[in-house]
Design a protein around this ligand. Structure first.
Ligand SMILES: O=P(O)(O)OC[C@H]1O[C@H](OP(=O)(O)OP(=O)(O)O)[C@H](O)[C@@H]1O
Length: 235
């Protein structure tokens, strides 16, 4: 059986972008820990990623394709939330042993790119509460500092779907998770919904917060850092 170690996966990811194919054959398992989950890659997802990365993509196409990719990662993220057993009766009078989505969740978007993911979450969870964190990164040093944070007051009791599409250094997400932990959110109750991350960012983030669940669609040495600019039309 092929085994990837922390040391060689970074080397492989840097050497060969086709690692994603290896990763999908491993069903998303990597040594970024058991809570790191890559959505299974297929051709339609690769096409969405290609359109989003293409510098010639028009803004309307970018938003359309980004929204589709966001929806897919949101749907995956909902699998990390708790469900309870629920028996229902069908129109023919039979009992069906089903599942019920349990309450006690919320979303938190990191402004600004994370806000692009809010609608995808609302499309699946109509009345979910969504908090916000605004973090400013220094353009030269990449150091991140918190400018604003507003959460549901009982956030410490909730599972939190933290939304941010790009991890380049990982600094923004690390700062945001630390703010959630300062508000007494348990690390194991945080589920990060991410679209694109670099190997170094995911390595740093999963080492810093091993109990946090991370969902992403791609680990690649180059992050599409134009995401926020293009999605919101400020490029
Ligand atoms: O992992 P990090 O190194 O912290 O970087 C995460 C993202 O933040 C930056 O974007 P920007 O400052 O434009 O944020 P925005 O897209 O949310 O507006 C950077 O270009 C990345 O896209």
């Amino acid at each position: 059986m092929l085994r990837l170690t922390d040391d060689n996966i970074l080397e492989l990811l840097t050497m060969d972008n086709d690692i994603l194919d290896i990763d999908s054959k491993l069903n998303g398992r990597t040594n970024f820990g058991p809570n790191f989950k890559m959505i299974p890659i297929n051709d339609q997802i690769k096409e969405l990623q290609t359109v989003i990365r293409d510098r010639n993509t028009a803004r309307s196409d970018f938003v359309f394709n980004a929204d589709r990719l966001i929806r897919l990662v949101v749907e995956e993220g909902l699998n990390s939330l708790p469900y309870g057993e629920m028996d229902i009766v069908t129109p023919t009078g039979e009992t069906y042993n089903g599942l019920k989505f349990l309450k006690g969740n919320c979303g938190v978007s990191i402004v600004r790119s994370g806000e692009a993911m809010e609608q995808g979450l609302r499309d699946c969870c109509r009345s979910i509460r969504i908090g916000k964190i605004l973090i400013q990164s220094d353009e030269d040093t990449h150091e991140a500092r918190v400018l604003y944070a507003k959460f549901p007051e009982d956030i410490a009791m909730r599972k939190v779907l933290l939304m941010y599409p790009i991890m380049s250094t990982g600094n923004t997400v690390i700062k945001a998770v630390n703010v959630l932990k300062e508000h007494n959110v348990k690390e194991s109750n945080i589920i990060l919904l991410n679209l694109f991350c670099t190997p170094s960012a995911v390595s740093v983030v999963t080492k810093a917060f091993p109990s946090m669940t991370v969902h992403t669609t791609e680990v690649h040495p180059v992050a599409p850092n134009h995401f926020g600019q293009k999605y919101f039309g400020t490029d």
